[in-house]
Design a protein around this ligand. Structure first.
Ligand SMILES: [Cu+2]
Length: 472
């Protein structure tokens, strides 16, 4: 026999579960993703058509169309993110990842975003760069109460302006952005826009920086300037996927900066134009060609170019410390210091002692140094010609004539045509090169007609110790 008391308790439990289920069903099912591979572009299943973007090492959040409104569900929660091989961070993010998923909508779309807070503290979401009603701007305390742990809030507005935007908390921002809470928002134009070109490739990534002590997993949130992990979409080279395009494609790259400093983003082998900012599309008359554009804190920059040079072209932040992984900055410079004899004497006491840095730091790129647990090497990655000696905000733009239209897969390393790669040359051969290039016979002796004047000889031999070497 079931007692009355048990029966009532059982009914109460059933009814509570029923309410929870009904409440959850009212919200769009939160879509969670935890892997760091680059998701294929999400083709819109309904609504106005558009050309989707590709989020490097990220993805686009699916939506539910209800009564003509695009409904999204963001879940703010602790996540684990592999920043690079051998380096995983315990971050805060959205829907299983940092950064959160990219939100893609079309100009004129009515958008409703549910935000559930599964963090241990309150949060809010600010829709950076959008035109919207003031109460939807997401500044906790100013335009709304904070979203407490366990609560779900709803934001709703019309995506009024096409462009590249971001979202991030406006509640305990210092902590929450240092922990990785951010995401991209793309509003595609409705139909053809006079200042927005059709492109064949459209990439996007957010700049984020972390200070994770070697051997640990959680960022130090009090760090203001001396970060040691400089990331695109919370990934550091060699963890950042390459940007794979077909030769002749018009390529758009959208970059947003939520770090604590500016990042001059530089592309090799091509000139680009800044075609948009977070303020909207730039009119063609206001654009100029360049190869580096500075993305300041809180800014978005949208660059475009025709990828007409086949090859593997570096794309990176031009601050050289931002293309490095975990490193100490309070290390003395040892270049030029004469260590000879010193290492041998120290080895008598410490057998493993080794001298580094007296000829530069490049040894770090090839040496397998023992590192603390969960630490990406400072200079790493291997290309077809050896160690790349990079880290951080670095990737490769791969331009191939035979890449299929719309195919974003990695074609492997570039196979340069014969005779088009820089190579070692002997002095004897160098002396002949100018003649080979002109009409003269390749083997003609130096000084014969057709050779350059001796003052312009390609290489000069320096006698050992002849030019002010360091005498002790
Ligand atoms: Cu940088």
């Amino acid at each position: 026999m079931i007692s009355r008391r048990h029966l009532f308790a059982g009914m109460a439990a059933v009814s509570a579960t029923g309410v929870a289920r009904a409440a959850l069903a009212a919200l769009p099912e939160p879509v969670i993703r935890t892997t760091a591979d680059t998701a294929a572009p999400l083709l819109p299943p309904d609504g106005r058509p558009y050309q989707p973007v590709v989020t490097l090492n990220g993805w686009t959040l699916p939506w539910r169309m209800r009564g003509g409104v695009k409904e999204f569900h963001l879940v703010a929660e602790p996540v684990e993110r592999e920043i690079a091989p051998d380096c995983t961070a315990r971050l805060w993010g959205y829907n299983g990842q940092s950064p959160g998923p990219t939100i893609e909508v079309v100009e004129g779309d009515r958008v409703r975003i549910y935000v559930t807070n599964r963090l241990p503290e309150h949060t809010s979401v600010h829709w950076h760069g959008q035109r919207l009603p003031n109460g939807m701007d997401g500044v906790s305390g100013l335009t709304q109460p904070a979203i407490k742990p366990g609560e779900t809030f709803v934001y709703e507005f019309e995506a009024r302006r096409p462009g590249t935007f971001m979202y991030h908390p406006h509640a305990d921002e210092m902590t929450q952005m240092a922990m990785g809470m951010m995401g991209l928002w793309i509003t595609h134009p409705k139909g053809r826009h006079p200042h927005i070109a059709q492109v064949q490739r459209d990439f996007c990534f957010l700049l984020a920086s972390y200070d994770i002590e070697p051997g640990s997993y959680t960022p130090r949130i009090m760090t203001m300037t001396d970060f040691n992990l400089w990331t695109w979409n919370s990934r550091a080279f060699p963890g950042i996927d390459s940007l794979n395009v077909r030769q002749g494609d018009r390529v758009r790259i959208r970059v947003g900066n939520l770090t604590m400093t500016n990042h001059p983003i530089h592309i090799h082998g091509h000139e680009f134009q800044v075609t948009g900012t977070d303020g909207g599309p730039v009119p063609p008359s206001a654009r100029w060609p360049e190869v580096t554009t500075d993305v300041a804190v809180g800014q978005m920059r949208q660059i475009e170019f025709i990828a007409d040079e086949p090859g593997d072209w570096a794309i990176h932040c031009h601050k050289s410390h931002h293309t490095m992984n975990a490193m100490g900055h309070n290390v003395d410079t040892l270049i030029g210091v004469d260590h000879r004899g010193l290492a041998a004497r120290i080895n008598r006491i410490i057998p493993d002692y080794m001298t580094m840095g007296d000829k530069g730091m490049a040894d770090m790129g090839s040496m397998a140094m023992p590192l603390p647990e969960n630490t990406a090497p400072m200079m790493t990655g291997t290309g077809p010609h050896g160690p790349l000696e990079m880290g951080g905000m670095f990737s490769v733009l791969k331009v191939r004539p035979d890449q299929k239209p719309g195919d974003y897969s990695d074609p492997g390393w570039f196979r340069a045509p014969a005779g088009t790669v820089a190579r070692r040359v002997s002095i004897a051969e160098a002396a002949q090169v100018p003649q080979a290039a002109t009409a003269g016979p390749a083997h003609a002796p130096v000084g014969s007609p057709g050779s350059p004047p001796s003052g312009n000889a390609p290489l000069q031999v320096r006698k050992p110790g002849g030019h002010g070497g360091h005498e002790h």
